[in-house]
Design a protein around this ligand. Structure first.
Ligand SMILES: [Zn+2]
Ligand SMILES: [Zn+2]
Length: 70
């Protein structure tokens, strides 16, 4: 199944993948996505995934290190 996010035109596949509507990065799962969010609950913001200690696979999905989030 392929998913496209019209605002940024990026596409990805995988039911567990999560695309951030704010910074338009795509993550392997919810926990990987959570890892790039910081700040208090009422003012959550994104940090660059690489800064959050995530790594990006060949498909462009960000994963939590060192675990493959699946
Ligand atoms: Zn984000
Ligand atoms: Zn997007």
């Amino acid at each position: 199944m392929k998913i496209v996010h019209p605002p940024c035109g990026r596409e990805w596949s995988g039911q567990r993948a999560e695309h951030c509507p704010a910074c338009h990065e795509t993550f392997a799962g919810t926990r990987a996505g959570d890892a790039h969010r910081t700040g208090p609950h009422d003012a959550r913001r994104c940090v660059p995934p690489a800064t959050a200690g995530l790594w990006q696979d060949a498909r462009g999905l960000w994963h939590r290190a060192p675990y493959r989030d699946r």
